[in-house]
Design a protein around this ligand. Structure first.
Ligand SMILES: N[C@@H](CCC(=O)N[C@@H](CS)C(=O)NCC(=O)O)C(=O)O
Length: 203
């Protein structure tokens, strides 16, 4: 059985890989490590981060986007056409770019600086990011998923980013920060309503 290793929480890079595996119908070992054991494990991972994905007879794969594309290619959740696949991979990269911009700002603890930085993030980077993704998604058609009516790994990654903010869980970032991005919101909704995703969260 392949093994997906990540921290024990239902979000971000590890959760999107779990969702992709479940959506693909792959039985996998859902290895959730306690935060306290991470310092000892960090240097044993290829790049010092999680998730990692271990496949018997092959080895360990790191980097969430590489893991998602591998799962997608193996199980029909990534386009076969090279150009369309690259358009999906562009969106995967855009999601990682958003995380790299957002995480340092979320670590600010001073209340005043935190509020200001998050408001600037919402009005600046996130607004532009949403508009760019929205434009690219519209170019790919009417959906409801990234390029049609079949769930792909890019949809799952976009869902994780959308849900992060639409859940209202990030103080000072309005939950409707992507409110003008109907196509992006449509992808988020379609993933949330997909039977395999509903099934995962009903466990
Ligand atoms: N580019 C990597 C980033 C991996 C990463 O930074 N993961 C975070 C969790 S989402 C992590 O391992 N943090 C702990 C650390 O960096 O020590 C990916 O996409 O997988």
């Amino acid at each position: 059985m392949p093994k997906l290793t990540y921290f024990d929480f239902p979000g971000s890079r590890g959760e999107e890989c779990r969702l992709a595996l479940h959506a693909a119908g792959v039985a996998f070992e859902d290895d959730r490590i306690p935060g306290a054991s991470w310092p000892n494990l960090k240097d044993q991972t290829p790049y010092g981060g999680l998730p990692t994905f271990e496949v018997e007879g092959r080895g360990v794969l790191a980097q969430s986007n590489a893991i998602l594309v591998y799962i997608g290619r193996e199980h029909g959740l990534h386009p076969r056409d090279n150009w369309l696949a690259a358009r999906h991979e562009e969106l995967l990269s855009a999601c990682e770019e958003a995380r790299v911009q957002v995480f340092p700002i979320l670590r600010i603890t001073d209340p005043e600086q935190k509020k200001q930085a998050r408001e600037e993030l919402a009005a600046g980077f996130l607004k532009r990011w949403g508009d760019c993704v929205e434009r690219r998604l519209r170019e790919l058609g009417d959906g409801p998923f990234t390029s049609g009516d079949a769930l792909q790994v890019a949809d799952i990654k976009l869902y994780m980013i959308g849900r992060w903010f639409s859940s209202g869980g990030v103080d000072h970032v309005p939950k409707d920060v992507f409110g003008g991005c109907s196509r992006l919101l449509g992808v988020e909704r379609a993933v949330a309503e997909h039977p395999k995703i509903v099934e995962w969260y009903a466990r």
